[in-house]
Design a protein around this ligand. Sequence first.
Ligand SMILES: Cc1ncc(COP(=O)(O)OP(=O)(O)O)c(N)n1
Ligand SMILES: Cc1nc(C(=O)O)sc1CCOP(=O)(O)O
Ligand SMILES: [Mg+2]
Length: 208
Amino acid sequence: MLSLGRLHLITDTRPGCDPLAVTRAALSVAGPDLVVQVRVADSASDRETYDLAVRVMDLCAEAGATCLVNDRLHVALAVGAAGGHVGDSDLPVAAARRVLGPTAVLGVTARTPATAAEAVSAGASYLGVGPCYATTTKDGLPAPIGPAGIRDVTGAVAVPVIAIGGVTPARVPELLAAGAYGVAVVGAVSTAADPARATAALVGALSC
Ligand SMILES: Cc1ncc(COP(=O)(O)OP(=O)(O)O)c(N)n1
Ligand SMILES: Cc1nc(C(=O)O)sc1CCOP(=O)(O)O
Ligand SMILES: [Mg+2]
């Protein structure tokens, strides 16, 4: 199985957020075990995305951590990221694999066993599966699938499943019990009063 960090921090670029400060704080605790996914608003320009990705890449390289780029695979390639993440509105999985090449990390969003299996056949290295719980970070998502939905997917594929959506340290044990390999978070770290401490709580929960 692919060697992949279990804690994925997704950048939060909403107004008032400081994605670089949060990334630094998380890296200071999780170091090389962290995966940082650069995700920006759809309205952000490619240049803005590139500028953020370059800086996140620098921080990840210094810490020995993995950097991925959401949606914009040309930016992932341009900054030398380890790979990217795509969902239903992005490039199809096989096309994303062709863009990134055979060895890059390619994450794919899947919400059901059938779409998960299809994504793996088309070249996904790992799956982002959710929303596990209600989230205020992203609009327009389907109803939460809970740990049972994670279990359905983990039973159908052999690649790592990263649970996403409303994940908190307290919820990690039931997600791991459902077969999740790791978790992806935005708010649990970005909106915490102390992002380093919040990261430590997630790392602790994932180590149990
Ligand atoms: C780890 C992980 N899982 C799911 C997603 C969501 O991707 P997508 O469905 O393409 O939605 P956007 O993030 O692009 O709005 C993700 N980014 N990461
Ligand atoms: C970007 C994203 N994608 C999701 C999905 O289910 O596809 S949930 C989500 C947001 C996750 O943020 P938080 O950790 O603050 O709930
Ligand atoms: Mg996407």
